[in-house]
Design a protein around this ligand. Structure first.
Ligand SMILES: [Zn+2]
Ligand SMILES: [Zn+2]
Length: 214
């Protein structure tokens, strides 16, 4: 008896893949508990084990109940789980698709953050801009990209940042902060008339020719 791998958790009676079922916090029956956060259960209503148990309990004891096939994930021990109806306990099936999706998301986010750190260290402004403007990307990653652009402070990032409009307010706010940071670092500003980038000390805008009052 050994640990059962998820892909090997198959019902021997019907061949269906077993579902992970979260165990109740209380112990029932033997009082020992299952010492596991989940069990593998066959939730196939057409499973011969389930159907026969139902018939057996009804014929022998006149009871309306049955058993589902159960496999302990740690020991590989096969057993049965009593249930009062077809629908009993199905609410505790761990949604594996959701679980897998969450795991994949977590992994992708981790990778994206790692890439960001690399871009930051190598001052890769273009890649950071690309990450920031990727609307399919993770919000938290995009905010961080905007922040990094402000920290790096390269003037050439100011214009694309200023021109970019994001519906996400958190990202938009971070962009505005970073634009300010970049201008501060470079002693620059946006001309109030034409929005081109000029020196803070300029008296006349070199782009639109307007006089700037200090
Ligand atoms: Zn089965
Ligand atoms: Zn101007």
């Amino acid at each position: 008896m050994a640990q059962v791998l998820e892909e090997k958790a198959v019902c021997p009676h019907c061949g269906q893949k077993l579902n992970k079922w979260s165990t109740p916090t209380f112990n029932f029956a033997d009082g020992l508990g299952w010492c596991s956060t989940f069990l593998y259960i066959c939730f196939n209503d057409e499973c011969t084990f389930f159907k026969n148990s139902w018939k057996h309990m009804s014929d022998t004891y006149g009871q309306e109940m049955g058993y589902r096939f159960m496999l302990h994930p740690d020991s590989g021990e096969a057993s049965s789980l009593p249930c009062g109806s077809k629908y009993a306990m199905k609410g505790d099936i761990i949604d594996e698709i959701k679980e897998a999706q969450e795991k994949a998301d977590l992994e992708a986010r981790k990778k994206a953050f790692q890439a960001l750190t690399d871009y930051y260290i190598s001052k890769d402004v273009d890649s950071l801009l690309k990450v920031l403007m990727d609307e399919e990307g993770f919000g938290s990653v995009r905010v961080k990209a905007a922040e990094h652009l402000g920290e790096i402070g390269e003037l050439r990032a100011a214009e694309p940042l200023s021109n970019y409009r994001c519906v996400n307010e958190v990202i938009q706010k971070k962009i505005a902060e970073s634009v300010q940071k970049i201008h501060k670092k470079n002693f620059t500003m946006e001309c109030p008339y034409c929005a081109e980038i000029i020196k803070i000390r300029a008296k006349i805008c070199k782009h639109c020719g307007k006089e700037l009052t200090a």
